[in-house]
Ligand binder design. Structure first.
Ligand code: MSP
Length: 517
C-alpha cells in the first residue's frame, strides 16, 4: 500500500421497517467509492449499519406489538442481508445497540460534559419535535394545516416539554464557520455548502440532547432517567466503528478522521453542524468531508407506504441481478441530485451500456480470438494511427474517470468509461477484423489484441461499479487478480501474447421488464 488509508461511511439506517431502494442506493454509491479507492491501491475501511434507538423505534414497535429490540433485530438482519446481496464490500456493520457503541457514546458524552466546564448543561426543553425526522424544530420552520403543524419533511410535529440536558451548540457558530472557510471541500455538493453556511450564520441555538419520557436509548452517564437524544448516539457510530474510546487503537489511529461520510440530503445539518461541533467539544478531530446525495423517487413519485410504491431492493436483485441495479443507479442518477427509479429505465440503461456496449465488444472480440487465434491472446504487430488513437482515448477516459471519482461524481466516471467503450466498438467495427481474417491475418491479430486490451483497461475500473460481472470478464481475459488495479489499467498492452483464454461466455444478459410491472 503506497498511499493514505481511506475511511468511508454511509449513514446508519433506522431499522423501523425493511430497507427500501433509497437505502440500497446509498449503500451502492458508497460501495462504488470504497471499491474505487481500493483499486487506487489504498487501504479502505468502509462502515455501514443501523441506528436503533429513539422514539420512532419505540412507536413502531408498539404498533407492531413487539419490543424495540425485537423490531431492531428483525430489520437490522434485513439491512445486513441487503448489503450482502448487493455485493457491498463493507468492512464492518455497526448496530447502535451493541455494547461497544454504548461505551463509545458514553465516553464522548463525558468528554463534551468535561469540556470548558460544561458544553452540556441541564435545563428544560419546550418545543416541537418530529418523530419521523427525530428532530427538533422552531415554530418558524413549521407549516400549519387543519390545526396541525408539520416539519419541512411533511412529518407532523408534537409539542414536548421535559427536563433535559442541552449541548451548548451556540458556542460553536464561529468555530463551524471557520471550519467551512478553512476546508472548502468539507461539504459537497457546493450548493449544500452554501445552504449550511447561511444556516449557521443565521445563529445556532443550544440543542436538547437527552430525553426523559422513554428509556429506549443510551443512558446518560450519572443522570438516571435520561437517555441520549438519538442523534448524539447515532453520529457517534462513526468513531465507535474505528475503536473509540480507544484512541490509541490501530483502527482509530489509521482511519480517524473519516475521509468521507456519504449521506442523504435530508440529514446534512446533523452531519455538518452537530457532528463537527460534538467532535470539537470532545477534543476529537473533525471528519474531512460529507457528501450529500439526492433522493430517489419511483416512477416520478415520492416513495411512500400509502402510495404503495415502495420498491423492494431484494426483488430488484432477484429480477435483474445486483450489477444491473448497481450500474443503473450509479450511472443514471447524477450523484448529489435527485433521481428516479423505474423498471423501464433500469432495463434500458443496463441493456444499452452493459449488454450492447461493453458486453458486445467483449463477446465479439473474444469469440474471434477463440475461433481464429487458437483461443490465445494474439500477438500484435506494429500499431497504426487508429490503434494509437484508441489507446489515447482510453488514457483520456481513465483520467476523466479518476478526476470525477476524486469528487465522488460517480455517474461522470461511469459515463467516461462507457463513452470510451463506444469509441472502442466503433474502432472494432471500423477495422473489420472479420474481413482482415482473409486479407491480412497479422493485422487482424493486432486489431483483436488492441480491442481485448482496451476491454481489459476499461473493465478494471468497472470493478467498482459492477464488481461480479467485471471480475468475470477479466477472468475471460485471464487477467491475474494482482493486476486488477487502476495502475494496471493505466498501462496499455499488458495482455500477454500466447496466454490461453477460457471459452468466452456472455457476461451481461439482455434484460426485460418484469411481467407484472
Ligand atoms: N438514522 C438516520 C441516519 C443516522 S446517520 C448517523 C437516518 N436513517 S434513515 O433510515 O432514515 O435513512 C438512512 C439514509 O438513507 C439517509 O442517508 C437517508 O438520506 C437515505 N435515504 C432515505 N430515503 C431515501 C430515498 N428515497 N432516496 C435516497 N436516499 C434516501 O436518516
Amino acid at each position: 500500500m503506497t498511499s493514505k488509508p481511506f475511511y468511508v461511511t454511509t449513514a446508519i439506517s433506522y431499522p423501523n421497517g425493511a430497507p427500501h431502494i433509497g437505502h440500497a442506493y446509498e449503500m451502492i454509491a458508497t460501495d462504488a467509492i470504497a471499491r474505487w479507492k481500493r483499486l487506487e491501491g489504498r487501504e479502505v475501511y468502509f462502515l455501514t449499519g443501523t441506528d436503533e434507538h429513539g422514539i420512532k423505534m419505540v412507536q413502531t414497535a408498539a404498533r407492531e406489538g413487539v419490543t424495540p429490540r425485537e423490531l431492531a433485530d428483525r430489520n437490522a438482519a434485513e439491512f445486513k442481508r441487503l448489503a450482502g446481496v448487493l455485493n457491498v464490500s463493507n468492512d464492518d456493520f455497526i448496530r447502535t445497540t451493541e455494547e461497544r457503541h454504548h461505551k463509545a457514546s458514553q465516553a464522548i458524552w463525558q468528554q463534551m460534559a468535561a469540556n470548558h466546564n460544561g458544553d452540556i448543561f441541564q435545563s428544560t426543553y419546550a418545543g416541537w419535535y418530529s418523530v419521523r425526522d427525530e428532530a427538533y424544530f422552531d415554530e418558524a420552520e413549521l407549516t400549519e394545516k387543519d390545526g396541525k403543524r408539520f416539519a419541512p419533511s411533511g412529518a407532523e410535529v408534537e409539542w414536548v416539554e421535559e427536563p433535559t440536558y442541552f449541548f451548548r451548540l451556540s458556542a460553536y457558530q464561529q468555530k463551524l464557520l471557520d471550519l467551512y472557510e478553512a476546508n472548502p471541500d468539507f461539504i459537497a455538493p457546493k450548493e449544500r455548502r452554501n445552504e449550511i453556511i447561511s444556516f449557521v450564520k443565521g445563529g445556532l441555538q443550544d440543542l436538547s440532547v437527552s430525553r426523559t419520557t422513554f428509556d429506549w436509548g443510551i443512558p446518560v452517564p450519572g443522570a438516571p432517567g435520561h437517555v441520549m437524544y438519538v442523534w448524539v448516539d447515532a453520529l457517534t457510530n462513526y468513531i465507535t466503528g474505528v475503536g473509540y474510546p480507544d484512541t490509541e487503537s490501530e483502527l482509530f489511529k489509521k482511519f480517524w478522521p473519516a475521509d468521507l461520510h456519504v449521506i442523504g440530503k435530508d440529514i446534512i445539518r446533523f452531519h455538518t453542524v452537530y457532528w463537527p461541533a460534538f467532535l470539537m467539544s470532545a477534543g476529537i478531530e473533525v471528519q474531512h468531508r460529507v457528501f450529500a446525495h439526492g433522493f430517489l423517487t419511483v416512477d416520478g413519485q415520492k416513495m411512500s407506504k400509502s402510495l404503495g410504491n415502495v420498491i423492494d431492493p431484494f426483488f430488484l436483485v432477484d429480477t435483474f441481478g445486483p450489477d444491473a441495479l448497481r450500474y443503473f443507479l450509479l450511472r443514471e442518477v447524477s450523484f448529489g441530485n435527485d433521481g428516479d427509479y423505474s423498471h423501464e429505465k433500469l432495463v434500458n440503461r443496463a441493456n444499452a451500456d452493459l449488454a450492447n456496449n461493453l458486453g458486445n465488444l467483449a463477446q465479439r472480440s473474444l469469440s474471434m480470438i477463440n475461433k481464429n487465434c487458437e483461443g490465445r491472446v494474439p500477438t500484435p504487430g506494429p500499431l497504426t494511427d487508429a490503434d494509437n488513437a484508441m489507446l489515447a482515448e482510453v488514457d483520456t477516459a481513465l483520467a476523466a474517470a479518476q478526476a470525477a471519482m476524486d469528487q465522488q461524481l460517480v455517474h461522470d466516471a461511469a459515463g467516461a468509461l462507457i463513452a470510451a467503450l463506444s469509441a472502442a466498438n466503433n474502432y472494432f467495427a471500423g477495422q473489420e477484423p472479420w474481413a482482415l481474417k482473409k486479407t491480412d491475418p497479422d493485422r487482424m491479430a493486432t486489431v483483436l489484441y488492441v480491442t481485448a486490451d482496451t476491454v481489459r483497461r476499461l473493465t478494471i475500473p468497472m470493478l467498482a461499479f459492477v464488481p461480479a460481472s467485471a471480475a468475470r470478464l477479466l477472468d475471460q481475459l485471464a487477467v491475474p487478480e494482482a493486476q486488477r488495479t487502476l495502475a494496471d489499467a493505466a498501462k496499455p498492452n499488458q495482455l500477454v501474447a500466447g496466454t490461453e483464454l477460457p471459452v468466452p461466455q456472455g457476461v451481461f444478459a439482455r434484460l426485460e421488464r418484469p411481467a407484472e410491472a
